[in-house]
Ligand binder design. Structure first.
Ligand code: ATP
Length: 894
């Protein structure tokens, strides 16, 4: 069907819909049943069976399985079956960890699916894009990603970037008129909008003509779906580290086998012991545990209202040294109320709070009737006409649908008894020039009943006054010279000093058809009408968050499109601006290069009256100074800065799809304090990863060393292969996972941000791994030697004691790993998961030692009660021996 050649009404008829009312929910439901969801089909994912078998493709595991098979053939059935069972269990553990990681990554993707505005049963509503059906009427505006293929039926300065489909990165201006038959390529269809493309300017309405795989995007979906495996820098580094560790573990294992054989052990025993040792000491699960702990951290962040879109952001969060944040809505509540108005030299105040449209107007504390004050009445009426906000009453609560700034103007007009419906009886709107943060204004062209045209503009006062040539003064307008402009600027500053956000209203008669004029010509030579000043109170939690960030070595910078003075007053209130800090405005930035800015940028704490384009420059200057920058944004033009920042942050409520897609973190509540929580969580996740790396590697070092030392001392094997494998399964599995769930240490937000290039083993972690590992190996060997020499005839008993000591030493050491400082600096029972993991592992060890049916499988014998004193005493030694020495370095670490 060539919808682009048809008139919009014919399209609506053809698709059995109504442009004014949309579809009925009943029709929508039946269409959904019949035609399915508006989704692109995903490619087949890796099957579960494959995922399970992948757990065994590791080279050493394959050798172990081969060796086990061999021992089975040689008649060692119990050993063979037990080893098989443990390897399979290990496989299951890896399988479940990977499944969990995959699932939570998938859930994350789901969370970021866009919502769209759709007209159903005559009402506009927000729905997930997936629920759209053919015939639905959709509304879209600058920053939206188009949710389905559409025939456009209304377009106001609409431009759509279609590079995803056509490769053309310059946005296409869109219109509504039918096209001649010659136009056929996607790029030529100026009255169509396609799924997956981006609205870069203006707004419009369209009738859905195709959904899901039937859209132009659906037809090429297979081509663009890439089986992208997202891997974070830390994961990459750990993979590299893993390779080194594998080599080291293998070399050491070969050494153990070699020394063992040289000291008279038989080759077959040493081979099996060696392979088991290699399997146990290779930290093959490390990357998966990292993924699991990253994605679990990400889920904790969701509870705190921060959605991580890119896993790598979790790591970078912990390194952030500067947060550049928008003011309006992020640091303030975005619940605006007009409190002051100024026109023709007179100031009025308005009573009332929030969006409740009830209040009175006062001039010099005297009640006034707005209808009787010409300028005031005009100021309020024009503020209402040049405005898209709608008031919705829900359960006795007044809610604004639309921009809060416009909402405030709407409420102020309603307080004076004005309604848009009533005003629209006298005027028709001919054209609109939507608001954008660069021009900082919005204009409409209206026609009255006498066919006279006017431009009405609202916008930033300091911008509008420069574009005005006259000012309204009661009944007439008078020309505006520089002195008078200065006087108005002073009025603007008086309002700004009260922390008010100010909007100016201006207008002019228009004698030509606006279609023939450029936006630039329309938006100049105004008659300045007046000002409306609105309060936008700071969010109470932001002040505390700014302070906490400062203590954590993170500086907060306010970047706002708002007036310099308003910004400064609010920044001071929030503790961002101090006497020594600087304020820079957009105009100054225009005259600077990145290098100029770099010279002063560290002294600036407020950037005001800036355009989104300036944000990129600020990010670059800060990055050149070596900072790791978090930058917030919500509009289309913010996207480049969000992308270049180390952590791009977008707003969940007010943010556009474009900004969200460019960002790595989305704030569900648009709140600055959430950034702080995310940084705290980011730091914690990284610390937890360090914790279990420390635990796993120290355990492995201990396991290898006890074997190596025993071989060097010509002792018998202190552990049999199945015991080594058991240690790997039980102690390395659950306790390591539980460390990944640990709560942050108290001083996590009192430390300086981590250097992004910092290695995994920085801050003495390498030393801790080797020293603890060494001690674990040594105490296990001591326990073995003591018991072995007491009765050399009973080797299994000595091996069981060594086994118990090794396990106990690891299970005590795990508590030490919870802190950067010392085991004594935290409540050892603060992590419930860890406590249960340790209790479970301990119980399993007791079972293996005492349950008669398990004894032959694990080559264990019951240990006499008194020997437990020896085991516990020795196994606690590595942790407590070093607790003191670490205390000494505590200050050093912070
Ligand atoms: P922030 O960047 O902190 O979110 P902001 O909302 O003030 O601050 P912009 O949205 O870029 O930043 O707005 C810049 C200025 O444009 C505002 O200070 C205001 O004077 C004016 N303005 C804001 N919204 C509108 C609007 N809907 N119509 C006309 N002018 C507006």
């Amino acid at each position: 069907m060539k919808f682009h050649e048809m008139h919009e009404n014919d399209v609506a008829n053809q698709l059995k819909t109504n442009i004014e009312h949309g579809l009925s929910s009943k029709v929508v439901q039946s269409k959904q049943k019949q035609f399915g969801w508006n989704e692109l089909e995903e490619r087949e994912k890796q099957s579960l069976l494959l995922l399970f078998f992948n757990q065994f493709k590791d080279f050493m595991v394959l050798i172990l399985l081969a060796a086990t098979l061999l021992s089975g053939l040689l008649g060692e059935y119990i050993d063979a079956i037990a080893i098989m069972a443990i390897v399979t269990l290990n496989g299951f553990l890896g399988f479940f960890q990977e499944r969990r990681a995959e699932k939570s990554l998938h859930a994350l993707k789901q969370l970021s699916t866009p919502q769209i505005s759709v007209l159903r049963d005559g009402k506009w509503m927000k729905k997930p894009a997936k629920e759209v059906v053919v015939g639905d009427i959709l509304k879209f505006s600058s920053g939206d990603r188009i949710g389905a293929d559409m025939r456009i039926v209304a377009a106001h300065n609409l431009e759509i970037e279609e590079s995803a489909l056509t490769g053309e990165s310059v946005p296409t201006p869109k219109k509504t008129e039918p096209l001649p038959p010659a136009k056929n390529s996607l790029g030529d269809l100026e009255n169509m909008a396609f799924m997956g493309t981006m609205v870069t300017r203006g707004h419009g309405v369209g009738i859905v003509t195709a959904i899901g795989m039937k859209t132009a995007m659906g037809q090429i979906a297979d081509m663009i779906q890439s089986a992208e495996v997202i891997i974070t820098p830390l994961q990459r580094r750990l993979e590299q580290l893993g390779k080194i560790l594998i080599t080291v573990a293998l070399l050491l294992t070969i050494l153990v086998v070699f020394v063992g054989v040289a000291h008279g052990h038989d080759l077959y025993t040493m081979f099996l012991a060696g392979v088991s040792l290699a399997v146990a000491s290779i930290p093959e699960g490390l990357p998966t545990i990292v993924t699991v702990s990253l994605s679990l951290g990400v889920q904790r962040m969701i509870k705190q209202k921060a959605i991580v879109r890119k896993l790598s952001a979790v790591e970078t969060l912990g390194c952030a040294s500067i947060i550049c944040s928008d003011k309006t809505g992020t640091m303030t509540q975005n619940k605006m109320t007009v409190t002051h108005l100024w026109s023709a030299g007179k100031t009025w105040t308005v009573s009332g709070t929030g969006y409740v449209p009830e209040g009175s107007f006062y001039h010099q504390e005297q009640l006034v009737v707005p209808q009787q004050q010409k300028c005031l009445h005009q100021l309020l009426s024009f503020g209402l006409l040049c405005n898209h906000a709608e008031m919705i009453k829900k359960d006795k609560e007044f809610i604004i649908d639309g921009d809060p700034t416009e909402g405030a103007l709407l409420v102020a007009a309603m307080k004076a008894g004005l309604t848009r419906k009533q005003l629209m009886q006298d005027y028709t709107i001919e054209k609109e020039y939507p608001f954008d943060s660069k021009r900082k204004m919005m204009s409409i062209v209206i026609k009255d009943k006498q066919q006279r045209r006017f431009v009405i503009t609202k916008g930033a006062p300091d911008v509008l006054i420069q574009r005005s040539k006259a000012i309204q003064w009661d009944k007439e307008s008078r020309s505006l010279d520089d002195k008078e402009k200065q006087a108005v600027l002073t009025e603007i500053e008086i309002l700004a000093e009260k922390a008010l956000r100010t909007i100016a209203i201006a207008y002019k008669p228009l004698h030509e058809d606006p279609k023939k004029l450029s936006e630039e010509v329309i938006e100049k030579n105004f008659i300045f009408l007046g000002l409306q000043g609105m309060i936008d109170p700071p969010r109470p939690e932001v002040k505390v968050a700014v302070k906490e960030c400062r203590e954590a070595g993170i500086k907060t910078i306010m970047i706002t499109g708002d007036h310099v003075v308003t910004a400064k007053v609010i920044a001071r209130e929030l503790g961002i601006f101090h006497n020594k800090s600087m304020v820079l405005d957009g105009q100054s930035l225009d005259g600077m290069t990145v290098e100029d800015l770099q010279a002063v940028v560290e002294d600036v704490s407020v950037f005001a009256r800036v355009s989104p384009e300036h944000k990129l420059m600020i990010v670059k200057a800060l990055q050149k100074k070596g900072h790791i920058v978090a930058m917030t944004g919500d509009g289309v033009n913010d996207a480049p800065a969000i992308k270049s920042a180390d952590i791009g942050i977008s707003m969940g409520i007010t943010g556009t799809d474009v900004a969200k897609e460019a960002s790595s973190l989305v704030l569900l509540d648009d709140n600055f304090a959430t950034i702080k929580s995310a940084i705290k969580e980011g730091r914690n996740i990284y610390e937890n990863i360090r914790k279990f790396i420390r635990y796993l590697l120290a355990s492995n070092v201990g396991e290898i060393l006890v074997m190596l030392f025993a071989m060097l001392l010509s002792l018998p094997l202190p552990l049999v292969p199945i015991q080594i494998l058991w240690v790997n399964l039980v102690t390395d599995g659950l306790p390591a996972m539980a460390l990944g769930l640990d709560k942050p240490e108290e001083d996590v937000m009192k430390r300086k941000p981590r250097h992004p290039k910092e290695g995994v083993f920085a801050r003495r972690l390498g030393w801790k791994v080797i020293s603890r590992g060494f001690l674990i190996g040594v105490v296990t060997l001591i326990a073995f030697i003591i018991v072995y020499y007491r009765n050399p005839a009973d080797l299994p008993y000595a091996q069981t004691v060594a086994f118990a000591t090794l396990v106990a030493a690891q299970l005590i050491h795990v508590f030490d790993c919870r802190s950067e400082h010392s085991v004594l600096s935290r409540n050892p029972f603060g992590n419930q998961y860890l406590l249960w993991a340790v209790i479970f592992s301990f119980a399993m060890m007791i079972a293996v030692i005492y349950v008669p049916v398990l004894q032959p499988i694990f080559h264990t014998v019951s240990i006499a009660k008194l020997d437990w004193l020896l085991i516990i005493g020795l196994s606690a030694l590595p942790t407590f021996l070093l607790a003191g020495s670490i205390f000494a370095t505590k200050k050093h670490n912070i």
